[in-house]
Ligand binder design. Sequence first.
Ligand SMILES: NC(=O)c1ccc[n+]([C@@H]2O[C@H](COP(=O)([O-])OP(=O)(O)OC[C@H]3O[C@@H](n4cnc5c(N)ncnc54)[C@H](OP(=O)(O)O)[C@@H]3O)[C@@H](O)[C@H]2O)c1
Length: 326
Amino acid sequence: MNKKIHWGIMGLGKIAHKFAQDLKLVDNAVITAVGSRSMDKATDFASSYDAKNAYSSYEELAQDPDVDIIYIATPHSLHYENTLLCLNHGKSALCEKPIALNQEQAEEMAALARSKNLFLMEGIWTRFIPATHKLLELLEQKSIGDLHYLKADFGFIVNAPPESRLVDKNLGGGALLDIGIYPLYLSMLVLGNPIDIKANAILAPNGIDQFCSVIASFPNNTQAVMESSFISNTPTEAFIYGSKGYIKMHRKFHQSEKLELHLYESDTTQIFELPIKGNGYVHEIEHVHERLHANATQSDLLPLEMSLQLTRHLDRIKELIGLKYT
Ligand SMILES: NC(=O)c1ccc[n+]([C@@H]2O[C@H](COP(=O)([O-])OP(=O)(O)OC[C@H]3O[C@@H](n4cnc5c(N)ncnc54)[C@H](OP(=O)(O)O)[C@@H]3O)[C@@H](O)[C@H]2O)c1
């Protein structure tokens, strides 16, 4: 039987709760410790999920000798320093997306993980859901022929106070880093590394992007057309078009439970129902367990190199739209 994996959770906000609920569903996952800026919050969270240790600082969590890996669920601007803190205390880390604010930070994080022989992965949970596995299988089988282009959007109306991590520039707010990362990641998974990127945005008065559109060109004369928005409710679907038909990832595509394969010649549509387990993070957690049990220091499905490339392309888009984080 595989040994238990002892998890720590850093930053006890919205996603930390969903992730903790899913940890409870995974064999051999133990929520050992949680760390917050507030002791009350840490104690409440720990008692809700039966965590043995609650800390009022991230530093103490990183020092807990009983923890194997820490899930970092803090705002974007803190991912770099929080990940370094974990790695420097000998802890593996699963860091929420985006892994860093820029490529320089991401490179340093990856280099430290490598030098310390610790596991590090960006929390792009979409990679591990059944719909993504099925999509890649259908593409591998050439079910839609030669690939032409991908179209994906992600948008919802944000009515958040200025201090919310979604819109506070100091916390890495904006649509691109929060949700635009999903269409971009999907395009890279399906089409490879962009060779050219065009982008435009509607910026908010504080300089964050409220809407961002990206057209990326890929090898083999393929393209991706992508949008992310905080000012409109959009379908949040993805379509992959090929010479013989298309595949649709149903809403919301980053956690899709339904794929549709449409073939032009026969004018037929095949539906694949692909339920996610729990809140959807179970698949990602199971993958991390499998890698840790194999003593791997990174994911084979979402390697650090992919996160570095993704960060590099996000940097390019930020440059094109005039989005700067200090
Ligand atoms: N995978 C997904 O589907 C998904 C979905 C949503 C979000 N995310 C990612 O998860 C991360 C957290 O998102 P969230 O929606 O959970 O955010 P959130 O509700 O705002 O929680 C973030 C937590 O970070 C901690 N924090 C530390 N310094 C902070 C500061 N200066 N201001 C605000 N919070 C601070 C706080 O925890 P303490 O007070 O306990 O220290 C806070 O509760 C982001 O990177 C986001 O992109 C991923």
